[in-house]
Design a protein around this ligand. Structure first.
Ligand code: GCV
Length: 730
């Protein structure tokens, strides 16, 4: 998107620039039409001013600026935007952004001063990114202690739209639940022979790298940072966790490439982190070992960190995939993950950097004949013995489920088992296993379930509070600040950012949920619809909003219906992971089996007769998952091997459930196609966007039918049990 933006996505979108996503100019109409005063100094305050000025240039409002400590407001903006000369001549403002002390505010900003006083000496605990907002007597005031708070306050006002300038609003305080809200890019610097430029990327190339070199598309990167800030994210890694080739050198002689990205995203409060190769001292040819207890190795990392902070003073830290899927790690030297992570943490500590150390460690060379090894157990078995042994600036990053971002998994028990460690939850926006951005699959409800899950039972702390560091005795050390939320990016250089235009909703939702995990994911979706498509500015707001909700609201569960049943997972085609292959991983080395035979299906993970995985959960879940009577239907086959005629809580048998859901899932997609077709002629959307979604829906329907037919046929042939409704199964 250029500074000017490219419209709401309706007629006239500029095909050469990126889609504005949730920040079309229309979303700034309310701000841009009024009189705004921005008080304070610094880079992020300047960003707020620039954003408002840009909106004013478009919609005729004005923006004044009161630098910290200066005597009075100075008019800014070009002559057009200030064309309405009466707008602030009475000294009144519609909107005031004020930072820190408020004693010097002009009369028109009295509300801001009052809110500031009302917040009290600790200012209501706004923290480094929080803000307070109030509206009275025609003035909306946004106050923050630090510039980042004003930036988030600005985007809050954008979300509110006209409502920010309507009825009075009592003082509201907003601060993020999670301190660290990081987007992890699996972008390769060199093109990987199998994985390409972006590993598991479904939206074109990387916005950062192209064929071993930086892409140097500053507008794109800046726009991206802006979108991230607007949904609440504050950090990102710029390269894949599988680090090889040129990417290893981002730490050393290619550091300037990282610094260039950091410069572009800094004005939006985004800090850059780097994925590093644990064996970098060896792979770069500088040392014979990467042993984390070796003095030379430690000195090497200390020097690397020093160089990094000299070049990028606000550098965030390292992300490490160690001893995982072939990546090097401390095991090679007989050391623990704590040894490895702490070495890097020590190098970063003087500068305030953190290490995101991934817990995705398992045996990826398993023998399928060996029924005793259970991949689901691995992260817990490797990491929980190390609880309390990681430095304060180490964050152990845990995938939300024990396997690998399947459509349905239980929450990882590691998240409830390391109270002495900062833990981050990792989720995947890139739709590796959820339709690869060819299928509509809104993941907000899935992530919301994860974040709201209470591992110690109802009324006790949630996963969100573990990640936020506020779980207390049960789940974490409050003082540590938790580890936050990490999301694997779904973004590429595609015009719509995410390939499927509706997949933008996932990136938006993850930021909002990291900021406020209690938000209703469907309300978040509604926000996204409002911002992205501004239904109120169209001829038929209800049709537009209704259609988008009809496609997206239940799309995750819809995807679940026509793919792997009842939490069993991994029925995707091996390698690329798109489309069905029921036995594709059944006899492989990856530890991902469903064990279907003529009598039944599912993995026995009970303590009584199976792998004992249920024992990794605290009560009440250890027993609830253990027992067939209490195990939730949707996870039945994750925890139990049952006969096809086993009766679910729903009253259906397992086999009939498989048939029914697969027919229903396809019917759901067919209805989505119909709804989308119907909206086409109404002219409520950019035709190009409509056409892109139409194409993808056609593929989703084709693929859903393939899933239905392969899964149903497979289980009919295995079980010999016919469909109770006599539908066609091949
Ligand atoms: C980046 C899964 C994916 C891999 C990915 C890995 C990980 O296994 O298929 O592509 O590697 O997860 O999270 O590290």
């Amino acid at each position: 998107m250029t500074a000017d933006g490219s419209g709401t996505g309706r007629v006239g979108a500029d095909p050469t620039s990126a889609h504005p996503a949730w920040l079309p100019p229309e979303a700034f109409r309310a701000i841009g039409s009024g009189r705004t005063l921005v008080c304070g100094d610094g880079m992020l305050v300047a960003t707020v001013r620039d954003e408002v000025a840009r909106a004013c240039a478009r919609y005729g409002g004005t923006v004044g600026h009161l630098p910290g400590g200066a005597a009075g407001p100075e008019r800014t903006g070009d002559s057009d935007s200030d064309g309405n000369s009466d707008s602030d001549s009475d000294g009144r403002y519609d909107l005031v952004f004020a930072l820190g002390t408020t004693g010097l505010l002009p009369a028109g900003a009295a509300l801001a001063a009052e809110v500031g006083r009302g917040l009290g000496p600790d200012r209501g605990g706004l923290g480094p990114e929080g803000f307070a907002l109030a509206r009275r007597d025609g003035v909306t005031a946004v106050l923050a202690d630090q510039p980042a708070g004003l930036l988030y306050g600005l985007f809050h006002v954008v979300r509110l739209g006209p409502a920010a300038f309507g009825a009075d609003r009592p003082v509201e305080r907003h601060r993020p639940a999670m301190r660290l809200r990081l987007v992890s890019h699996w972008d390769n610097v060199d093109v990987h022979p199998v994985m390409g430029q972006v590993e598991r990327g479904y939206a074109g190339g990387s916005i950062f790298w192209c064929d071993g070199a930086p892409r140097r598309d500053p507008d794109r990167v800046r726009d991206y940072a802006r979108l991230l800030a607007a949904c609440g994210m504050n950090a990102m890694t710029v390269n894949n966790v599988n680090v090889y080739g040129t990417a290893t050198r981002l730490l050393t002689d290619r550091l300037d490439d990282v610094a260039a990205i950091a410069d572009l995203v800094r004005p939006y409060g985004i800090r850059v982190h780097l994925s590093v190769n644990f064996a970098a001292p060896v792979t770069l040819g500088e040392l014979p070992t990467a042993d984390p207890l070796d003095g030379d190795v430690r000195a090497w990392w200390t020097r690397a960190a020093g160089r990094l902070y000299e070049t990028i003073p606000d550098f965030g830290g390292f992300m490490v995939k160690a001893d995982s899927e072939g990546q090097p790690g401390p095991y090679r030297y007989g050391r623990t993950h704590a040894d490895g992570a702490n070495m890097l943490a020590d190098a970063l500590a003087p500068y305030g950097g953190v290490v995101h150390w991934r817990a995705f460690v398992y045996n990826h060379r398993q023998d399928w004949r060996d029924r005793s090894t259970d991949r689901a157990r691995a992260a817990y078995d490797h990491f929980t013995p190390l609880d309390g042994r990681f430095r304060d600036n180490v964050i152990v990053q845990v995938k939300h489920g024990p396997m690998d971002f399947q459509t349905r998994e239980p929450v990882s028990p590691v998240l409830a088992a390391m109270p002495g460690t900062r833990l981050a939850v990792e989720v995947q926006a890139t739709q590796e296993y959820t339709g690869q951005q060819r299928h509509v699959c809104y993941l907000g409800p899935c992530w919301s379930e994860v974040l709201r899950f209470a591992p110690w039972g109802p009324g006790r702390p949630t996963v969100a509070s573990v990640a936020a560091g506020t779980a207390g005795d049960d789940g974490g050390v409050a003082a540590s600040g938790g580890g936050g939320l990490v999301v694997v990016s779904n973004v590429g250089d595609d015009h719509y950012w995410t390939g499927h235009p509706l997949a933008q909703a996932n990136l938006y939702a993850v930021g909002r949920l990291a900021w406020a995990p209690d938000l209703d994911p469907l309300a978040v979706l509604d926000e996204w619809i409002d911002l992205t498509f501004t239904p109120s500015a169209t001829a038929d707001p209800d049709l537009l909003r209704g259609t988008l909700h009809a496609l997206l609201d239940d799309s995750w569960r819809g995807y679940e219906r026509y793919t792997a049943p009842l939490g069993v997972g991994f029925m995707v085609a091996p390698g690329h992971h798109y489309g069905p292959d029921v036995d594709g991983y059944e006899y492989s080395r990856w530890g991902t089996y469903h064990f279907a035979d003529r009598d039944g299906v599912g993995v026995d993970r009970t303590r009584a007769t199976g792998t004992g995985f249920t024992g990794q959960y605290p009560q009440p879940w250890a027993d609830r998952y253990e027992s067939l009577e209490t195990c939730p239907d949707e996870l039945l086959l994750f925890f139990h091997h049952v006969p096809y005629q086993h009766v679910l809580h729903s009253g259906s048998t397992v086999i009939q459930h498989i048939y029914d859901t697969h027919f229903a899932g396809v019917e759901q997609v067919a209805e989505m196609v119909r709804r989308w077709e119907r909206i086409g002629p109404a002219g409520l959307l950019d035709p190009a966007l409509h056409a892109r979604v139409t194409d993808r829906l056609a593929e989703q329907l084709r693929c859903a039918e393939e899933w239905r037919d392969k899964v149903n046929t497979y289980f009919l042939r295995k079980s010999g049990v016919p469909d109770a409704h006599g539908r066609r199964i091949h």
